[in-house]
Ligand binder design. Structure first.
Ligand code: ADP
Length: 399
């Protein structure tokens, strides 16, 4: 059975066609600059174990036009991997904000209505999601079923004490202001992968999704998330590529009183802060270069980044009543030995001890590697996240 995964944005989308019998990727691609003057679609496919890549520049009036190009690539005689789009029986869409939904959903008029109702909560993501689902419904035969798997859903098991803000109750009951949390598909995938690896379904895990956006989650013995570092939106918690993370609300009022508009303040805190604000670049590779040159700004940024992560590790060890494994994932978590080392340094008293050589070893042969020292009480692992596969598995569980 083949499942097509769509990860859609407002002017682009990524796709992956997965053969579920073997959980292998048949083809994947990216359509970008939709609605702009010159768009581009890049398509990668595997034949006899070899990977090939083709691309084409063209104008996409809208998502539907780009979906048709994707379908043409998928079914092409040369570069295609299926004979007809009828072979795609199921499509799984990544949904960023699921509002009240705790589980993946088959797309129905009610689900579409809930996505529309959620637009004020996720003004950038939900409209893109709706456009992607509608384009898929127009491009594929009406027998093809669409599903949506939400990034917020994994966090819906948090207890009320963790997801409520101490603001007047009616903002929760009427405006749905609460902690939602994000990156849930990734947190769920790497947590489950780690339980399988240790053959232990009853672990207490702390997942660290450190990418451009970054968040952590505390996952209890039942595999349920009980706390997470992002909140109502993706701005809370860790220091990120361009986001400040935790910040006192007074700073926002102060900037407002200086005469900045809410849009300007949002731009500062979402696009100009984090690593970019501290070192001028949002990329951890540039941070590593600066630290290697013993640059004071670089050293401070690394120190602040790791300190923030450590505070959440401490908080989640308390919330969980201990921890069995720390799980690093996403661009930084999977690739930056320097940041993993800085995060674990000083936590030896709490049973967290990294092996410096295993931490540095590149080209890991597996999608999960243990990097704790032999006398570490807590396991430390790097897991390559695979959000598309998690979405596909969630869809499969519904059909
Ligand atoms: P996104 O949140 O956009 O999905 P990713 O999970 O792909 O982000 O993470 C992107 C970030 O990962 C980059 O901005 C960079 O900071 C970091 N990164 C990627 N490769 C490396 C590397 N080899 N070494 C250190 N950091 C890396």
């Amino acid at each position: 059975m083949k499942i097509l995964i769509i990860n859609g944005g407002s002017s682009s989308f990524k796709y992956q066609l997965i053969e579920m019998d073997t959980e292998s990727v048949l083809a994947k691609g990216l359509a970008e600059r939709i609605g702009l003057e010159q768009g581009k679609i890049t398509h990668e496919y595997w034949k006899n174990g070899e990977k090939y890549k083709v691309s084409k520049e063209m104008h996409f009036d809208n998502h539907e036009v780009a979906f048709k190009e994707m379908a043409a690539y998928l079914t092409d005689n040369e570069v295609g991997v299926i004979k007809s789009i009828n072979e795609v029986k199921y499509i799984g869409h990544r949904g960023v904000h699921g509002g009240k939904y705790t589980t993946p959903k088959r797309v129905t008029p009610e689900v579409m209505e809930e996505l529309r109702k959620g637009i004020p909560l996720a003004p950038l993501h939900n409209p893109a999601n709706i456009i992607g689902i509608e384009a898929a419904m127009k491009t594929f035969p009406k027998e093809t079923e669409n599903f949506v798997v939400f990034d917020t859903a994994f966090h819906q098991t948090m207890p009320e004490r963790a997801y409520r803000y101490a603001i007047p109750n009616h903002y929760y009951t009427e405006d749905r202001i609460r902690v939602y949390g994000f990156h849930g598909i990734s947190h769920k995938y790497v947590d489950a992968r780690t339980r399988r690896h240790f053959n232990n379904p009853h672990m207490k895990n702390i997942t660290l999704h450190l990418g451009n956006g970054a968040s952590m989650a505390a996952v209890n013995e039942e595999g349920h998330c009980i706390d997470t570092s992002m909140g109502f939106g993706p701005g809370d918690g860790l220091i990120m590529g361009t986001r400040a993370g935790n910040i006192d609300s007074t700073v926002i009022f102060f900037l407002g009183e200086k005469g900045l508009s809410t849009q300007e303040i949002s731009k500062i805190l979402n696009s100009e802060s984090g690593m970019k604000g501290l070192i001028g670049s949002p990329d951890a590779r540039d941070l590593e270069t600066l630290v290697n040159q013993n640059d004071p700004k670089g050293n401070l940024c690394l120190d602040m980044y790791a300190y923030r992560v450590k505070k959440f590790i401490g908080a989640y060890m308390i919330a969980l009543g201990g921890v069995d494994s720390l799980i690093f994932t996403a661009g930084i978590g999977e690739n930056s030995a320097m940041i993993r080392k800085a995060v674990c340094e000083g936590l030896e008293t709490f049973g967290i001890k990294i092996d410096p050589d295993k931490n540095k070893q590149l080209n890991h042969p597996s999608d999960i590697v243990e990097i704790q020292a032999s006398d570490s009480k807590v396991k430390i692992v790097i897991v390559a996240t695979n959000e598309e596969l998690q979405i596909a598995r969630d869809v499969l569980s519904l059909v």
